[in-house]
Design a protein around this ligand. Structure first.
Ligand code: SAM
Length: 217
């Protein structure tokens, strides 16, 4: 992995620390070409754009066409962000990229392995695939496990290293991080946004995000 790039202006989301850790360990820097699969509102795409600079490029790919406007708004100051409406299962880019990234995507797709395979195929030889997904049921509110009935694979984080290996990538690094807290603060605000319920003084451990860094040989 290369030198750690400058991490600036990562948006103030409660999972920014795992994202920052991943980008630092990877050494993402100026000029890289990237794809953010399942880009949603573009938080990760903007973080990538800030680090790759004007000479880099970030394809923000999402299957929902409505996210294009959101990404365009979030990335207004970053001409290098290009929003594409595509399913991860059909990923097709105009060029090979140095990095394919996804966060909070694989828990929603029909077949996570198929998406990771397409991500692996989109990077150049020697390029990187980084996947960041939760183990939802390992989170706790006052000691009680989280549930996420809307997600197809809420615990996909638990099998992430195997998914990356099984598409033929070398697993270079893998770890888990979980924001936690008690009382007022960003963690309790995040939970209130998710559930509509103020957790008060209950101790909180948000679902850990497992990150796997794979390399295409
Ligand atoms: C929870 S959001 C995550 C957004 C962003 N990655 C983040 O971490 O802030 C999941 C996004 O994945 C998109 N999505 C779901 N299934 C997809 C698929 N098969 N291919 C591409 N995008 C998909 C959804 O439209 C949504 O925007």
């Amino acid at each position: 992995m290369g030198e750690a790039g400058e991490l600036k202006g990562l948006r103030d989301d409660v999972y920014r620390r795992p994202l920052a850790t991943a980008l630092e360990r990877l050494g993402l820097s100026s000029g890289w070409r990237c794809v953010d699969v399942g880009a949603g509102g573009g938080d990760v795409s903007v973080a990538l754009a800030e680090m790759v600079g004007r000479d880099g490029r970030v394809y923000a790919v999402d299957s929902d066409p409505r996210t294009r406007d959101e990404v365009a708004r979030a990335a207004a100051a970053h001409a290098q962000v290009i929003a594409l409406t595509q399913a991860g299962e059909d990923l097709s880019l105009p060029e090979e990229v140095d990095l394919a990234f996804c966060r909070f995507l694989l828990l929603h797709v029909h077949e996570p392995l198929a998406v990771v395979r397409m991500m692996a195929a989109s990077v150049r030889t020697g390029g990187w695939v980084v996947v960041q997904e939760p183990i939802t049921s390992a989170g706790r509110i006052a000691g009680t496990p989280f549930s996420m009935p809307g997600a197809r694979h809420p615990d996909v984080g638990a099998i992430l290293p195997a998914l990356v290996r099984d598409v033929g990538l070398e697993v270079i690094d893998a770890w888990a991080e979980a924001p936690a807290g008690v009382g007022p603060g960003p963690v309790s605000r995040y939970l209130e946004t998710l559930t509509g319920v103020d957790p008060g003084e209950d101790p909180l451990v948000l679902p850990p995000l497992v990150t796997v860094i794979g390399r295409r040989d």
